[in-house]
Design a protein around this ligand. Sequence first.
Ligand code: PLP
Length: 477
Amino acid sequence: LFDQMTRALLVSQVSSAEATKARRIAATLRRAIASGQVQRGELLPSTREVARDQSVHRHTVLRAMGMLAAEGWVEVEPRRGFRVAVALPQDGQGKARGARQVHLARDAGLDPLPDAAVKLGHAGPDVRLFPADELRGAYGFVLRTLSAQAMGEAPIEGHPRLVAALSTYFRRVRGVTGRAVAITSGAQDAIASIAQLLVAPGDRVAVEIPGYPPAWEAFRVAGATLVGVPVDGQGLSVEALERELRRGPIRALYTTPHHQYPSTVTLAIERRAALLAAAARARVTIIEDDYDHEYHYASAPIAPLASAANADHVIYVTTLTKALFPSARVAAVASSEALHRSFLRLRRALARVPDALAQLALAVWIEEGGLERHLRRTCRIYQRRRDAMVEALRAPGLRRFVELEVPRGGLALWIRATGRSATAIARDTLKRGVLVFPEAALRLAPGDDAHLRLGFAALSPDEASSAIAVLRVALAG
Ligand SMILES: Cc1ncc(COP(=O)(O)O)c(C=O)c1O
């Protein structure tokens, strides 16, 4: 899900000489297609062949193909290469095809991302701490006792036992009650479905700046025009949202109030009420992404917006990616009954049916207390890792390059680099195998680029020290 951000970083590393060569190759191919020398739907020579003919690196050809795909001249043919598009931009259909498809094609043909990178920017959990044997036991039980009914059609809203287990958990631990719950394949799946449900092409959708690009992408794919709302030390600026509302209607707001992504700030109490009221007045649906709820260290987690009395216009999305592991692909959406019905109708039409047996195994594990046990354990470990990373960044050799506030929760730090731009730092660390996300990658438009997001949970103390050593060199320039 973060691939695009990483790609943006990599693309910005490309030398201008290579970019010029790629543009030249793209121009040659564009002319060949426009003149009919290569026909619509025809497979193009392999990138390897083109690279040999033109005496350039294959990456340069891939880049050229990416440009042509973005413009709608070529399409990716999985495992075979590139094909000339059936409808060409010159047919006057380029515009009619809409920004959606062009946008989807933009990344086509880029190289796989480097695998070796230490993904310090991802702020994921340490998957090695997950008690896989417990889940294996739950799977074993489910498979041993598999009934004909369980092997029949899977319910679109998710397995009833997981829906029940999570509904109970949300009510007891988060105060989210009186809502219908549906299971999705992770938060991204939930956000993409919600976007498809709510957004008509051209609708304005408000997002936090800086914010979470994978969610933005789901709204863009649904045709939304994104409107940035700044975040400060108190969280999302409700005043700025109201200013945008005076400019025109806003269909939805995507927000991360508990630990704002990426700044880690918790939305101030006064702003919560103001936000709920402003959104209700202007008929803005709030999509609340509560993506690392339990990981809060200084006090009890702050109750979600969705737990407020007047929050029918809030759709609550919460993932288990941080509590379990990213590939588990489990999240839940808790919404009003009316929205839930439309949501399920869309999901049925798209056949977005989450895997029932995996859900059943997860439900069994949660019912046995596995989830809460694992959260208690990892919370303690992650708090220690947070403190260790803060200490490392405040060590004598480093502290003049870094300013930071210790986050009360979450799995990441948002540090301010005092010397160089965050993008320059991120490029340098990436060359040495450490991926961090600079502020510029988390904005809709150019703006401040002083901050970096660093995940502290996924790395062991030794791994974290090595990554910080790489960061230190880059910070110092
Ligand atoms: C803001 C935010 N939302 C959601 C997610 C998780 O999404 P998913 O459930 O699709 O893995 C993450 C992190 O991975 C995140 O940072």
